[in-house]
Write a protein of this length. Structure first.
Lengths: 889, 180
């Protein structure tokens, strides 16, 4: 809001006075007072282009009509939008457009929600004066997902501008002149881009439509449900459109949710996974060694019987539970309550353990919060951004858009420590926008942060107040850094000292510094230590407690943050309370009116080890797939096979579920109500778009039914009742919602850390990591997340499979030339642990000497990896290995 | 005088005589107006709205483009269209399935008005009494068959008409197909 008179201007629109901030466009000012000016090329996300000439208005004292989308409102302006002159202008613009626009509205998917249709109804006479033949473009190819019908194009170039300005992909361009302008891809190949669906959503007419649900619906048949995307931690709000209980399309409105209308390929095209024919529709029970269909009654009674039997015979500690971070908060909360009360053990874990816990524990230790102290707005407003191991375009695309907005629109300085080379490719590459870039291997991200810290200390950029108040801490860090030499650091990170000095200077000078830590850092060995180093960096430069600054670890699964906050990890109770803290335990026990089990719980890998040694006899696994996710060396399959009883709640018969004694069909997030917490800590509502498929039930209903059969009833009427209970148990939860205030850094925690807690394992984290893996190979193989997949769910999605159908090893062109490889060649990857054959895809952004493999498809590469367990957070790190690549002729 | 006249008419049952006169005249000049329906049929007016039908072009292709507008226009939810892309002809739309529940139809003709390609027609058929109501639930083949027998003269194919509508629902057969 404008604070003083000089910040705002007054003008009248059709006689209605309005006060708007300086710099507001006339079209936006008109919208404020409810005057709709017709437009095609204007969009609030894009820079004004004023090419469609549809938004012409009359401004007093201006001789000609003005385009309201590019005219800035000035003091005393008098705008008229509905005069005869203006209407005549609208009419003639529309007549020109309709001279070429085909009248195929009946077969156009946009028909019914088309801007051109609406404006034509409002402004034009029904008959056209043109008798000439309309233009016809020749089509060159059909994209499997994004269908272009250039005959319908009105040449507003919104798609081209969106693709460039917002997505930074630059896949589309206008070709030709005048009415023969055509939206094309560069080159003659098919459209090959991020497939974010942005052009489909932003097209005002039916020139660009989605091929996935083409012709299956008319807009007026659709029923909408505003829910939250099930793929990554960004927590985008999506509108799922359904027709007769059938998923038709997903879109997102401008201004809605955290993403404000932007989506990625997974969000836009990945929704059909839940309707896959492989979905489990009936409970399965193992009879004579095979899983056969059964009734819910039998499956639940048998499960309860077996759980009770194991509990009586071996005690509650013989039981373990795992849950996926893709379940709702309500389910995660009920799951941990079920494990702790109905079964009586703390042996429970969730997929937050795969990496997110590293970031959370580091934040808890240094700044005393279990969530971000920032939100997306702070990322957009930051003036210096440091990205470490994020691969943000592919893992968290919408966070990536916020970074792009900060850099492209607000001129923020971007520093990156990534294992990506800056290169122009079919998808956007965040390292193309950087100020300084360090291209290091994932194993050396810690080393790069160390070099940055060394540069901060050596360039005397340490915050004066910190130096004054905590000389011990600064001294200890300086001393630890002195033991590292620059040649060592430069050799490890592959970047020169000067780069680090420049980055350090930039960070110290920045007023709003945001550090993003991505999956590649969080899931690497020593990820916890590296997160602490990044927090040390913020502390040393004096940024940690500053407003607008902070540390933000990115979550891979959509509700990893919710899993931590609901207490679905062994060491934490709901609200991020420490299980070992008797006070916290007493508080939860009071809220639940029941005693909590005392023994510390086993985490993910510990549970699997205990299952192998026979200590854990039974397991309940909800939506998690340790057999498919963990490397072969952990031996999850053999361990789970030794269990006396394994029950899985699953959507599909995964590797883990096929070992189970009972499989209970669960409902997907499009079929149930609840809430998801995104990585920022926003609790957002999940609403059912379709009915549960077959006999599948939401996970919380299954857990609730089991608890009744076990004699410890945890009964709830619906998901809302559970949320109510969570709000009672976790103080401050009620305030969270669409726009919560992020927590502040806890000063007491920072002081505790500075007073001596920093000493714990200081030497270990201030040491350079050795050569990653001694498995005998020359190439560094890393598991990475593809933009088009997220896990087991996305590989059942028809749309995403059309973009990327199978796993391919990404290698650098130089490496490919050395090995005489081309796209599609078969190669053998081998190291001491085993060998795997796969196909090759040459990609320029892969650093030389590295190879990337997507971790979503067949898990035969799992045997190549070693698993390192973090001693502090028990996070298994298994995403890097060294291998040799050989061509198979 | 008038009173006298009225009295006279009353005593001679004048009204009955007038009525009997008409009866007797019809008795003598006998010409039945009842149509002997199954044997005789009435000439229907030109704008008669009878059974609905789907039509074809002169080359035998279906006119319907599967735009669902008839479904939207129908006030009593008679019509259900399942539209899709023509297999083998990318970006061309057609109705994969087309159903009419004629038990609900009130023959208002709004669907015919709504159709952008004149694929629907109202025939002059009205003899649709059936023993089983389910027989009035017609599918696309049945509706096309009604059209075939009621409209022997077919229109020329739309694509071959004015160039400005030339690419209305025209496929692009010469280019690659949608992968499955």
């Amino acid at each position: 809001m404008p604070e003083s008179k000089t910040d705002s201007v007054r003008l009248t629109i059709d006689g209605i006075p309005v006060t708007v901030p300086k710099g507001t466009l006339v079209i936006e000012a008109a919208r404020r007072v409810g005057v709709m000016i017709p437009h095609f090329c204007y969009h609030p996300k894009l820079k004004p282009d004023a090419n469609c000439r549809m938004c012409l208005v009359e401004v007093e004292k201006m001789p000609k009509l003005q385009t309201s989308c590019s005219t800035v409102a000035t003091e005393g302006m008098a705008v008229r939008t509905a005069t005869t002159v203006v209407n005549d202008a609208h009419k003639s613009v529309l007549e020109f457009i309709l001279a070429n626009h085909p009248l195929d509205c009946p077969v156009c998917d946009q028909g019914g929600r088309c801007d051109l249709q609406d404006f034509s109804h409002q402004y034009t006479a029904t008959a056209s004066r043109f008798v000439e033949t309309k233009r016809i473009f020749q089509k060159e190819y059909f994209s499997p997902l994004i269908e272009t019908q250039m005959n319908r194009c009105v040449q507003c170039l919104r798609c081209v501008r969106y693709c460039d300005e917002v997505m930074d992909v630059k896949a589309l361009a206008p070709a030709g002149r005048g009415t023969m302008t055509e939206i094309k891809t560069f080159g003659t190949h098919e459209l090959d881009c991020e497939f974010c669906g942005g052009c489909v959503q932003i097209c005002p007419v039916g020139a660009i439509t989605s091929r996935l649900s083409m012709y299956e619906y008319r807009p007026w048949m659709l029923k909408r449900a505003d829910t939250v995307c099930q793929f990554c931690g960004d927590g985008c709000q999506i509108t799922v459109q359904t027709k007769d209980n059938e998923l038709i399309e997903v879109n997102s409105e401008y201004g809605a949710g955290r993403n404000s209308g932007d989506l990625c390929a997974r969000g836009f095209f990945g929704f059909r996974a839940t309707g896959h024919p492989d979905r489990l529709t009936k409970p399965l029970i193992r009879r004579n060694g095979a899983l056969v269909e059964t009734t819910w009654e039998e499956a639940l009674e048998y499960t309860a019987q077996q759980i009770a039997r194991i509990k009586n015979a071996h005690g509650a500690q013989a039981f373990g539970g795992l849950i996926s971070g893709r379940c709702t908060n309500e389910e995660l909360y009920l799951f941990q309550k079920f494990m702790r009360l109905a079964i009586g053990t703390n042996n429970l874990d969730s997929s937050a353990r795969y990496g997110h816990m590293n970031g959370v524990q580091a934040m808890r230790r240094v700044q005393g919060t279990h969530r971000w102290t920032l939100s997306f707005e702070e990322i957009v407003q930051a003036d210096v951004l440091l990205l470490v191991g994020t691969n943000v375009t592919e893992t968290n695309p919408i966070t990536g858009l916020k970074v792009k907005e900060a850099v492209k629109k607000r001129q923020a300085r971007l520093f990156t420590i990534e294992s990506i080379r800056p290169a122009i490719g079919t998808i956007s590459n965040i390292t193309n926008l950087v100020d300084q870039h360090v291209c290091a291997l994932p194993t050396q991200f810690g080393g790069a942060v160390l070099a940055l810290l060394k540069a901060v200390v050596e360039s005397r950029l340490v915050d004066q107040r910190l130096q004054h108040e905590s000389p011990d801490y600064v001294g200890a860090v300086t001393q630890a850094l002195e033991r590292l030499s620059w040649p060592e650091l430069e050799a490890a990170t592959g970047a020169a000292r000067d780069t680090f000095v420049q980055m350090a200077t930039g960070l110290a000078q920045g007023r709003r510094v945001v550090v993003l830590a991505g999956q590649e850092l969080l899931r690497s060995a020593g990820g916890y230590g590296s997160c602490l180093l990044l927090l040390d960096l913020l502390l040393l430069t004096g940024k940690l407690t500053e407003p607008g600054c902070g540390f933000a670890p990115l979550a891979e699964e959509n509700n990893d943050q919710g899993a931590v906050e609901s207490g679905a990890v062994a060491e934490l109770l709901p609200g991020g309370l420490d299980l070992a803290n008797p006070e916290a335990r007493a508080r939860i026990a009071r809220a639940w009116k029941a005693d909590l089990p005392l023994a510390a719980g086993a985490t993910l890998v510990e549970m699997i080890d205990r299952a192998r040694s026979g200590l854990v006899k039974g397991m309940l696994i909800v939506g998690e797939n340790p057999v498919g996710s963990l490397p072969t060396v952990v031996g999850a399959k053999e361990a789970l096979q030794r269990l006396e009883f394994l029950v899985c709640q699953e959507l599909f018969l995964t590797e883990t579920a096929s070992l189970a004694h009972v499989v209970l069909p669960a409902a997907s997030s499009l079929e149930k109500a609840g809430t998801f917490t995104n990585q920022e800590g926003h609790v957002q509502a999940v609403r059912p778009a379709v009915d549960p498929i077959g006999e599948s039930r939401p996970d919380w209903e299954i857990l609730s039914a089991l608890s009744v059969l076990l004699g410890t009833p945890l009964e709830y009427g619906d998901a809302k009742e559970l949320l109510k209970e969570i709000r009672g148990v976790i103080p401050g939860y009620g305030l969270l919602g669409p726009a919560p205030i992020p927590p502040k850094v806890d000063r007491a925690a920072v002081e505790r850390y500075l007073a001596g807690d920093y000493r714990r394992a200081l030497a270990a984290r201030y040491t350079l990591a050795g050569p990653a893996d001694a498995a005998g190979g020359t190439t560094h193989l890393g598991l990475f997340q593809s933009l088009f997949h997220s896990g087991k769910l996305s590989t059942r999605s028809k749309g995403l499979l059309q973009i990327e159908a199978q796993a391919a090893l990404r290698i650098n062109p130089a490496d490919a030339a050395r090995l005489a490889l081309a796209d599609g060649d078969r190669v053998r990857l081998s190291n001491r642990r085993g060998e795997v054959t796969t196909t090759v895809k040459v990609l320029e952004r892969v650093p030389e000497g590295s190879a990337w493999f997507p971790d979503h498809f067949g898990q035969d590469t799992a045997k190549l990896f070693e698993c390192a367990i973090d001693p502090d957070t028990n996070v298994p790190a298994f995403r890097t290995a060294s291998v040799s690549i050989a061509k198979i002729s | 005088m008038t009173k006298l006249k009225a009295w006279f008419k009353t005593i001679i049952f004048y009204e009955i005589l007038v009525g009997m006169k008409a009866t007797l005249s019809h008795l003598l000049h006998y010409k039945p107006i009842t149509l002997q329906y199954p044997h005789e049929k009435r000439a229907l007016p030109d704008n008669y709205r009878g059974m609905l039908a789907l039509l074809r072009y002169d080359d035998g292709t279906e006119k319907c483009v599967g735009c669902d507008l008839c479904e939207a226009a129908c006030p009593s939810r008679v019509i259900r269209v399942v539209s899709a892309e023509v297999p083998g002809e990318p970006t061309k739309r057609y109705s994969k399935e087309y159903y009419m529940d004629m038990t609900r139809c009130l023959f208002c003709g709004m669907c015919v008005d709504a159709c952008p390609v004149d694929a629907l027609g109202m025939t002059r058929e009205f003899e649709w009494a059936v023993y089983d109501k389910r027989q009035l639930h017609l599918n696309k083949e049945q509706l096309l068959a009604i059209g075939d027998r009621s409209f022997p003269v077919r229109e020329k194919r739309l694509e071959l008409q004015h160039p400005n509508v030339a690419f209305f629902n025209v496929s692009f057969g010469h280019v690659p197909q949608k992968p499955n």
